[in-house]
Design a protein around this ligand. Structure first.
Ligand SMILES: [Zn+2]
Length: 51
């Protein structure tokens, strides 16, 4: 594996709820469910967009 920091930059551990669109942060791995609506339909935010 590479550097954990580099991987963190790629994904930031942010998952987007496909139901309500809420962002769910997770240190590692997919969150069990959306913390806002409880949906299990989450997708990984592919890239951090420019701020
Ligand atoms: Zn949700």
């Amino acid at each position: 594996m590479g550097f954990p920091e580099a991987e963190a930059r790629l994904f930031h551990g942010v998952w987007i709820c496909m139901s309500c669109g809420a962002r769910n942060r997770s240190a590692k791995g997919k969150p069990e469910k959306c913390r806002r609506c409880g949906s299990k339909r989450l997708r990984l935010k592919a890239k951090e967009q420019r701020k």
